[in-house]
Write a protein that binds this ligand. Structure first.
Ligand code: GUN
Length: 294
C-alpha cells in the first residue's frame, strides 16, 4: 500500500513556483501578491489563512489579510472586494469561507473580479470550467488533479467515484476527472446524500474521492480491494491521548481502508498541502496573465 505524499509533492511544486518568482524579481518585476479577506474568528478559517500567508512568503510572493468582525455588513464587504478588484498591487484574492449567515455568498462571489478570482468560485470561472476553457480551477480539485498526475496514478478509462457535490470540491472534481484531457478521461459517478445503496456504488471505484465532510465516513466495506483513495476531509476529533486534546482525521477510516486499498492520501499531509500549493499556482497564473512577458 502506497501513501500518497502530498507534503513532498506540494514542496516540489512550491520549489518550482519559487524559482519562477525569483526569475521575475531578477528581471526587475515586483513579486506576485495574494490577498485574503477573513470575516469573524472561525478557528479553521484562521488556520487556513495563516497557512496561506506563510506559504506565499515561502515562495517569494507577498500577501495581505483584510480582517473584519463577524458583524461587518454585506455592503461593507462588497466595498472591500471592489477596492481589491481595482488595486493594481493585488494580483489575486480570496474571500475565506464560511461567511456569516447574514451574507449572500453567491452575491459576494459574483462581486470578485473574475481575473483575480484565484479560488475559481466566480460563476463565470465555474462556467468556463464546465466549458473546458482555461480558468482558475478551485484549489482543492486543482491540487488533487496535480497529486494524481505527479503520483503516476492512471485515470484513463478508470471508474472514479466522487463523494460529495459541493461547488468547491465535488462538482469541479467530477468535471475535471471526466474531461478529455491527459490525466483525466475517467468514467465518473458523483454521489450525494440521496444516492441509493452508496456502498455498492463506492465499491465500483478504481479511484474514490471522499469529500463528504463527515469524519471516518468511508469504511473498508465501501472500498474495492486495490482502489486509490483520496481523502479531502479534515476534522478535529477529541483524543485524550493527544497533548492538544484532539487529533486530525479525514472523511476516511484510515486504519480500516488503508489495509485494503493500493494507495491513499493521509490526513494531515495529503490533500491539505496540495490545496495551498494550487492556490499559489493560481496566484502565479493571475500575475502572469496581468503582466505577460515579451
Ligand atoms: N473554506 C474552505 N475551503 C475553502 C477554499 O478553498 N477557499 C475559501 N475561500 N474558503 C474555504
Amino acid at each position: 500500500m502506497k501513501i500518497i505524499d502530498g507534503k513532498t509533492i506540494s514542496a516540489d511544486i512550491k520549489k518550482e513556483i519559487a524559482a519562477e518568482v525569483a526569475g521575475f524579481i531578477d528581471r526587475g518585476r515586483r513579486a506576485p501578491h495574494m490577498a485574503a479577506i477573513l470575516v469573524g474568528h472561525d478557528g479553521a478559517s484562521e488556520t487556513y489563512v495563516a497557512s496561506k500567508e506563510k506559504n506565499c512568503v515561502s515562495v517569494g510572493m507577498t500577501s495581505s489579510v483584510y480582517r473584519y468582525e463577524e458583524n461587518i455588513s454585506e455592503k461593507e464587504l462588497l466595498e472591500v472586494i471592489s477596492f481589491l478588484n481595482q488595486d493594481e498591487d493585488v494580483d489575486g484574492f480570496i474571500v475565506q469561507l464560511p461567511l456569516p449567515k447574514h451574507m449572500d455568498v453567491d452575491k459576494v462571489m459574483a462581486a470578485i473580479n473574475p481575473e483575480k478570482d484565484i479560488d475559481g468560485f466566480h460563476p463565470s470561472n465555474l462556467g468556463r470550467l464546465v466549458m473546458g476553457e482555461d480558468t482558475f480551477v478551485p484549489a482543492t480539485p486543482c491540487g488533487i488533479m496535480e497529486l494524481i498526475k505527479r503520483s503516476g496514478i492512471e485515470t484513463v478509462g478508470k471508474e472514479c467515484v466522487v463523494l460529495g457535490r459541493s461547488n468547491i470540491v465535488g462538482t469541479p472534481m467530477a468535471l475535471l476527472l471526466s474531461r478529455n484531457n491527459p490525466g483525466a478521461n475517467a468514467t465518473v459517478t458523483l454521489c450525494h446524500s440521496k444516492t441509493r445503496d452508496l456502498a455498492a456504488v463506492t465499491r465500483r471505484a478504481d479511484i474514490l474521492v471522499a469529500a463528504i465532510g463527515k469524519p471516518g465516513f468511508v469504511t473498508a466495506d465501501m472500498v474495492k480491494e486495490g482502489a486509490v483513495v483520496i481523502d479531502v476531509g479534515i476534522h478535529r476529533v477529541a483524543d485524550e491521548k493527544a497533548s492538544s486534546g484532539y487529533r486530525l482525521c479525514g472523511d476516511v477510516d484510515y486504519a480500516g481502508v488503508s489495509a485494503k486499498c493500493s494507495a491513499i492520501t493521509p490526513v494531515p499531509g495529503g490533500v491539505g498541502p496540495m490545496t495551498i500549493a494550487a492556490l499559489l499556482m493560481n496566484t502565479l497564473k493571475a500575475y502572469k496573465k496581468r503582466f505577460p512577458e515579451g
